[in-house]
Design a protein around this ligand. Sequence first.
Ligand code: FAD
Ligand code: NAD
Length: 403
Amino acid sequence: MRKPKIVILGAGYGGLMTAVRLQKKMKVNEAEIILVNKDSYHYEATWLHEVAAGTIGEERACFEIRHLLDSSKIHFIEDKVIDIKKEEKKVVLEKEAELEYDYLVVALGFEAETFGIKGLREHAFSISNVHSARLIRNHVKYMFSKYSSEQKEELITIVVGGAGFTGIEYLGELVNSISQLCREYNIERKKVRIICVEAAPVVLPGFDTELVSYAVKCLEKQGVEFRLGTVIKEGTEKGIIVVKDDKEEEINAATVVWAAGVRGSSIMEKAGFEAVRGRVIVNKDLRLPNYDDIFVVGDCAAVMNPENNRPYPPTAQISMQEAITCSKNLISLIRKEEKLEEFIFDNKGTVCSLGDRDAMGIVYGRNIYGWKASVMKKVIDNRSLYLIGGPKLLLKKGKFNIM
Ligand code: FAD
Ligand code: NAD
């Protein structure tokens, strides 16, 4: 008898976690499982700000996907998804022929969202995957090296657009790495400008005010200038144009990092899903409305928070929890069990790093700061590695520099 075919698209937190869970719980003869990812490796997207600042190398944040898979249970395809033909139950890949499926899991993750702001795609960088993060690090380094001979202020001016969690975590790493770069290129630290532009009147809008003020003080002490209530209007060859109180200003900066928004994969719209910025509202069992054979997890899925009737923010935490429910539901479908599980998000909190030795956040409803929070952040990172790859992956890639 032909085995049902499960195809998983994307090996980020959502896709890889679904795959390893199915591998653990299913017998070889129960299903044919295929995992597709555009690279041979998984990258820890939650560490990308560290790669972008150069405080860790990209190899530290990546690991080979095949090393986690039992090839008798999961076939891995390194290829790029180009389209999904949901009526024909087929996935179109760049290199390989079309892939048919009985059940599909879409976990293609996030991309930068520039909201159509002029010039940003051409002139700004974004922290959206391991390649774009590495590019930022190399670019900043090159600009510092150029400054040594040209002495132009804008070469050592860095603008970070957005003071959300990505912007703040990147700033925290940046202030750590800049001191090292200054030593390397013999540049006075006080000559380097790091400017964070945020449209809202506060940093981390909506987050606990005490924690926000801790983060701002910590970053300002290390030379970050915050421009709040200031909107990025345009990216230019020289830097950016911002607007505050109807007044326009051009900030000259050789490096502009856009950290002011993410969206789900653009494949979602291309494939005709009813997506808003690449995110589709899924049913309680994480399937697509009207498509009982398609699950969507991670940043491409919008799961509604019943408390405010708005989608939960896209995070690795929710992606991994969705993957667990998704894998259980796939097994139920294949074993022809009646009931599928409803996804219920168990929010354990949020911890925001401020460089390697400092952090702040809320864990199980309690505010934490400083060294304690920084250790907690590493525990969270390590837990995620453990859940995906067990003790072997944790020992290989874990963050144990807690003292
Ligand atoms: P992703 O992790 O984006 O993985 C998608 C995978 O699909 C990737 O492997 C990608 O290569 C692959 N892919 C994409 N397109 C294609 C294609 N066309 N064909 C084939 N493969 C494809 N969340 C937290 O909970 N805690 C944090 O501390 C945290 N820190 C963050 C720090 C930074 C700097 C950033 C940018 C985000 C952070 N997040 C954090 C958010 C978190 O990273 C995302 O919510 C999470 O990565 C989403 O997981 P995912 O599986 O949906 O997608
Ligand atoms: P975000 O959407 O959460 O924040 C973007 C920020 O940019 C907002 O403060 C917004 O006001 C600002 N902004 C938007 N347009 C602007 C403009 N034109 N000019 C100036 N400012 C502008 O995006 P993010 O920080 O990339 O986070 C994306 C997701 O990843 C979120 O769900 C977040 O919770 C998650 N994340 C979590 C962590 C963590 O848990 N430590 C770290 C990073 C990201």
